[in-house]
Ligand binder design. Structure first.
Ligand code: GLC
Length: 797
């Protein structure tokens, strides 16, 4: 079943049926002011942090779903009928209520028509501003004059701390203090306390947000939610909207809301436009400024256009044209957009991440960098530096870095039992990628502080990361798992060993050696190569089991992923990373990848491990707490799928790489949205596997490692366009059914128009490469001149 379609030209996904199987969401704003909006205008807004800066309320996982939100109600003064501009919350019959929702790049537009009144509401955060706008256009499409009242509504949190707001009611029910200044609502909390702008994490401080209407006269207001909704009513039938009259309530304690009232008389064919602006600051100051600024609504309209242009230019850094329309929709818009959102919000703000996790989880955020280096290299560089300063002088990382509170050099060193074994090893993916994208090789020499004390060059930081794992290796010469390796559900014990991390470490040593060689640091090269040989030997001797690599050794002697095991006898991670790290020889690589194909691949993607854990003890594998086939318990864990695509591409198996890529491509499920359930334009953390009765249902959209690796694998390995320090490598690995594809890639300011043809229908290999008509030996395009365009012809064969 289909609920919408991709409008590639406008870079939008259009939801045509509002009764989607799950809330289909979008993100507005940036890391300063963020917001989430669903296809039914549900969602919430936050300042700097969804956990500590949440000032509007959403009841997560509730009934009905995704309420409250940014609602705009209408009341017809003559018929007394009422409805909302989005289908929900009033939920008129879909026979009479026609609606579509266009989710675009950081804006959402909901257009509806009910009884001859057409409404369009565009929601967005003007670039760089700490407020959001709901731009409204109303048109009377009928033959009668219509006397309407509109009521924009938002439900506020009492305290910006999301946990306290919903849980600590004995405190937060006594702190709201609402006022209205010149028709602008002031939402105050703890107003007797001082403001403490320098201490964002202090929740017991005075805070204000404003709610203003521009382009329309305010004829009433309410700020007390209970007055607005009325007893035993819901968002679908608020008292005030039913009656068509605000009560002028001012909440003191209890539950505040923002409601304004405006009267609209529309002649047949007539339209009116107005806007609601809500944001950080007081009604008196910031609210008044905004109201004045947007007295001319065309300013706001221009800001929406600016926002679109800004986002589109970020996406246009790489555009593709392949024979597969689903792949094009994803790679040109949604996949890189998903990467940007994940990079911005880590795992802290969605309809699933409800405000418990805050800041940047180390391992996740370092991986997230890979998806945005090409589109926002400067911003990415700053973030990378922030994360590098989250590494402690021991070489291990702080589990979480909070951008709004991080103090490099002054942070407490993490406790020994807090260290995860994989955290800093992801820097070996992210840092070279940054350097290759920007050409800034000197970055390796830049001095940066450690989180707790001391400082080092970036290369020094990388060395400390390697040393950290080498110093913490176990009985088989394999790095210890510590608090966790990438998989949060394996119980290795602190001294247990992670074969997956061993492959990461191998990758790290190889990269370190490569970079040191370029810097002329012979001793460093020798050191890394020697450690690499020792590690390879341990991997050979202890980790290969007939046709697969085992996953880990627990400190109690249990071998995860060993062939003889009844449960979890094959894990995906070590097989694919044996290839990615360059450890596995061809024969072993093929064997291991064949087991992945035969035992783990399903129509919806590759399972993380199999068979699921059902009888195993919880103190061996925590995944046993999930139902079989879900998440880390033999679910299709999508974070890892890109690695499968990369490994098969590296082996030259374009057919398999593409099959793997397609199996979890969101757009490929647009016509069976009732199975996948979540947004067909977004990646998700996991899909239930064959071991579950809900095979194919996906969970946890937007914020997971999936977005990054899916994009990375497709662009760098399937299409094979890889930035390197001295040029742009072209190394496609495609299905043999493809006759070719095109890519426009902006690399360090030069634009490459790459046209690949595949006359002999091969999967990999280049027979001829030409740039501006001249033959190039090998498969690397030289670095072009900034501002210039280059025509590149590639013939595979
Ligand atoms: C979640 C976590 C990530 C972890 C993965 C596997 O996605 O955010 O850090 O690597 O699960 O357990």
């Amino acid at each position: 079943m289909k609920y919408g379609y991709f409008d590639d030209k406008n870079k939008e996904y259009v939801v045509e049926r509002p009764d989607t199987p799950a809330s289909w969401t979008n993100y507005l704003g940036d890391t300063n002011y963020g917001a989430i909006i669903t296809n039914n205008a549900g969602g919430y807004s936050f300042y700097k942090s969804a956990a500590q800066g949440r000032f509007t309320r959403l009841r997560f996982n509730s009934v009905p779903m995704d309420q409250a939100g940014r609602y705009l109600y209408f009341h017809d003064k003559d018929s007394k009928d009422f409805w909302s501009a989005s289908w929900q919350p009033v939920g008129k019959s879909l026979e009479q209520f026609k609606t579509e929702c266009r989710h675009g790049t950081a804006y959402t537009k909901i257009s509806s028509e009910y009884k001859d009144i057409a409404s369009e509401v565009s929601y967005f955060v003007p670039r760089g501003k700490a407020y959001e706008a709901w731009m409204v256009k109303l048109t009377n499409k009928g033959k009668e004059t219509r006397n309407l009242r509109a009521f924009p509504f938002v439900e506020y949190a009492c305290n910006w701390n999301a946990g306290d707001d919903l849980g600590n009611l004995q405190y937060t029910q006594y702190i709201a203090n609402m006022s209205v200044v010149d028709g602008i609502i002031d939402h105050g909390s703890n107003i007797n306390m001082p403001e403490m702008p320098e201490d964002f994490q202090q929740k017991d401080q005075q805070r204000h947000t404003f709610f203003a209407m521009v382009g329309a006269e305010v004829s009433g207001y309410d700020t007390d939610r209970d007055v607005f909704i009325g007893r035993y009513n819901g968002y679908g039938n608020p008292d005030v909207v039913q009656k068509g009259e605000c009560a002028g309530s001012l909440a003191e304690g209890g539950n505040p809301c923002g409601v304004l009232q405006t009267d609209i008389c529309l002649q047949p064919g007539e339209s009116v436009e107005f806007a609601i602006v809500m944001g950080i600051g007081s009604a008196q100051k910031e609210g008044a400024e905004v109201k004045e600024k947007y007295a001319d609504l065309s300013i706001l309209k221009n800001e929406l256009e600016e926002l679109k242009n800004y986002w589109h230019s970020r996406l246009e850094v790489m555009q593709v044209e392949t024979p597969d329309a689903d792949v094009n929709s994803m790679l040109n818009v949604w996949s890189p957009y998903n990467c940007q959102i994940t990079y911005a919000w880590s795992r802290a703000a969605s309809l699933v991440y409800a405000g418990v996790r805050d800041g940047l989880g180390y391992r996740d955020s370092v991986q997230d960098m890979l998806g945005v280096m090409h589109s926002v290299p400067e911003e990415a560089g700053e973030r990378l530096e922030l994360l590098i300063t989250g590494q402690a002088s021991t070489g291990g990382a702080m589990p979480v870095v909070k951008p709004f509170a991080h103090k490099p050099g002054q942070e407490k060193e993490p406790e020994a039992n807090e260290y995860r074994s994989d955290d800093c090893l992801w820097l070996f993916n992210a840092i070279p990628e940054y350097v290759n994208e920007t050409g800034n090789f000197d970055f390796y020499l830049k001095e940066l502080p450690y989180a707790d004390k001391g400082k080092d060059s970036v290369l020094g930081h990388l060395r400390r990361a390697i040393e950290f794992n080498l110093e913490r290796s176990g009985a088989h010469g394999i790095p210890c798992g510590l608090a966790a390796d990438w998989n949060d559900c394996l119980v290795l014990g602190y001294e247990g060993e992670s074969v997956f991390v061993a492959f990461q470490l191998r990758y790290a040593l190889a990269k370190y050696s490569e970079v040191s060689e370029k810097l002329g640091l012979t001793k460093e090269v020798e050191w890394a190569e020697q450690e690499l040989r020792i590690l390879d030997k341990s991997l050979e001797e202890h980790c290969w089991d007939e046709d697969r690599y085992v996953r880990a050794f627990s400190d109690k002697g249990f071998r995860f992923g060993a062939k003889e095991n009844e449960e979890g006898n094959i894990f995906m991670n070590p097989q694919v990373w044996a290839v990615i790290s360059g450890h596995a020889n061809r024969e072993k690589a093929e064997k291991a990848m064949n087991v992945v194909h035969d035992d783990l691949y399903t129509d919806y993607g590759i399972m993380l491990c199999a068979p699921p854990f059902e009888k195993s003890d919880f103190d061996i594998v925590r995944a046993v707490l999930f139902n079989p086939g879900m998440k880390e318990n033999a679910g299709i864990f999508n974070h890892t799928q890109g690695w499968g695509v990369m490994a098969e591409s590296m082996l030259g198996n374009g057919n398999r790489a593409y099959k793997y890529y397609k199996s979890y491509l969101p757009a490929a499920y647009n016509d069976m949205a009732e199975v996948r359930e979540i947004e067909p334009y977004v990646y998700a953390q996991s899909t239930h596997s064959v071991y579950s009765k809900r095979f194919g249902s996906s969970r946890l959209p937007w914020l997971s490692g999936t977005a990054t690796w899916a994009y990375y694998a497709a662009t760098r390995y399937l299409l094979g366009i890889r930035p390197e320090i001295d040029g742009l490598t072209v190394d496609p690995c495609v299905p043999d059914s493809w006759e070719g594809f095109k890519v426009v890639r902006n690399f360090r300011g030069a634009v490459y128009n790459i046209s690949v043809s595949n006359p002999n229908r091969v999967m990999k290999g280049i027979a001829c490469l030409k740039m501006n008509g001249e033959i190039i030996e090998g498969n690397k395009l030289p670095v072009g001149e900034e501002g210039k365009e280059y025509q590149v012809e590639v013939i595979m064969g």
